[in-house]
Design a protein around this ligand. Structure first.
Ligand SMILES: Cc1ncc(COP(=O)(O)O)c(C=O)c1O
Length: 384
């Protein structure tokens, strides 16, 4: 199969990730615990090592500020539900994945918060529009770093400065940027960063993390309470990070794989990995420019784009038709539809059918993209 669905989850993973998962599962898969037996202590140490690796990779303030989650949705819910209070105002954008939009909408519907959704233009949010949306009641600005539909990367550095000046907290969804866009938490005023481990950091599914910066201290409550592998006498969740926000048995196996993925990415560098994907997508952009009926959704900017690209398809077809034909007749995996981000499709005018999204990965080759484009040509010709 030609796999062009890396924006959903990356496949294949780098070889060291498979090797680590196999070795760890056979030798070290105990329940982590600081007061336990040697294998439990070793499992705890592997979690700590992964927290250090994350802290170094993203230049966070301290390893204990990294909370392991089961995916990006988990981290975003932890942040949103842990931070907002009744009466708060939250600013978000129309680019968001449902993992931000739905928790905000549920809180809004319950009368807990009010929400302003800033509209993007051609896939980009204007920092000035965020500034205009912030009110004295705004406690949180929650937005994506890169659109999972369009691959457009947002001006989070400029927006972070605006949010910091306002006193609100800034939550960034780095699902599509972590691993392909350098993120420096000491240089950028991001308070909370959430991402999955299973996309461009090449961990297995069931992994993710959220970073809670110093300005969240005393402002974020746990939304899941339970055991932490130590400190059992207290009737309430421990007050200190990471255990204040990390109840229950963590995915130690997955985190070991994630640490191997991060090491692999750090070796190559996010910029080089992003450039490989963008070079492949440039071939698709060039093909679209010469083809009737096809269009790129959003503004293509190879200098900043990440490796996801949405195409609007000729009128005689739907993205779902093309996705199904590519899968069954050409053995090519892409993602048609709304990509869990309905608001941006309304803005683009592609709701409800959506677009055809392709997302190459580090192991995708130029030959595979040529086969994909040949398949699109054949399908377009066949339906005339
Ligand atoms: C921008 C964005 N945010 C959040 C998510 C949710 O990630 P997960 O499936 O790991 O919960 C995704 C997944 O595609 C995404 O693309």
């Amino acid at each position: 199969m030609i796999y062009l669905d890396n924006a959903a989850t990356s496949f294949p993973k780098p070889e060291p990730v498979y090797q680590t998962l196999d070795r760890f599962a056979r030798t070290s898969l105990a329940n982590p615990g600081r007061a336990g037996h040697r294998m439990a202590i070793a499992a705890e140490q592997s979690l700590d090592a992964a927290r250090h690796a994350l802290n170094q990779f993203f230049r966070g303030e301290a390893p204990e500020r990294w909370i392991f989650t089961m995916n990006c949705t988990d981290g975003l819910n932890l942040a949103i539900k842990g931070i907002v209070q009744p009466g708060d105002h939250v600013v978000t954008t129309d680019l968001e994945h449902n993992s931000i939009s739905r928790p905000l909408r549920a809180l809004e519907k319950a009368g807990v918060i009010t929400v302003t959704r800033v509209a993007s233009e051609a896939g980009y949010v204007d920092p000035a529009a965020i500034r205009r949306a912030i009110t004295p009641r705004t406690t949180l600005v929650a937005m994506t770093h890169a659109s999972n539909v369009l691959g457009t990367v947002q001006a989070v550095e400029a927006i972070a400065t605006i949010v910091r000046e306002s006193g609100a907290l800034f939550l960034v969804d780095a699902a599509q940027s972590a691993g392909v866009v350098p993120i420096d938490l000491r240089a950028t005023a991001i308070d909370v960063l959430a991402f999955p481990g299973h996309k461009a950091l090449y961990g297995p599914t069931g992994t993710g993390a959220v970073y809670v910066g110093p300005r969240t201290d005393g402002r974020i409550r746990p939304w899941r309470e339970g055991g932490t592998g130590g400190d059992s006498s207290s009737p309430t969740q421990p007050a200190h990070l990471p255990y204040s926000l990390e109840g229950g048995t963590p995915n130690v196996l997955g985190v070991a794989g994630l640490a191997a993925g991060i090491a692999w990415v750090a070796d190559r560098g996010p910029d080089a990995l992003r450039r490989h994907e963008v070079d492949l997508l440039q071939r698709v952009v060039d093909w679209v420019e010469d083809s009737d009926g096809w269009r790129i959704a959003g503004r293509w900017d190879p200098v900043t784009h990440v490796g996801a690209l949405s195409l609007t398809v000729p009128e005689s077809l739907t993205p779902q038709d093309i996705g199904a034909i590519l899968d069954t007749s050409f053995d090519i995996a892409v993602r048609p539809g709304l990509h869990c981000a309905p608001y941006i499709h309304r803005t683009l005018g592609t709701f409800p059918d959506g677009t055809l999204r392709l997302s190459p990965g580090p192991f995708t080759t130029a030959d595979e993209i040529a086969v994909f484009l040949h398949a699109l040509s054949e399908i377009t010709t066949a339906v005339g």
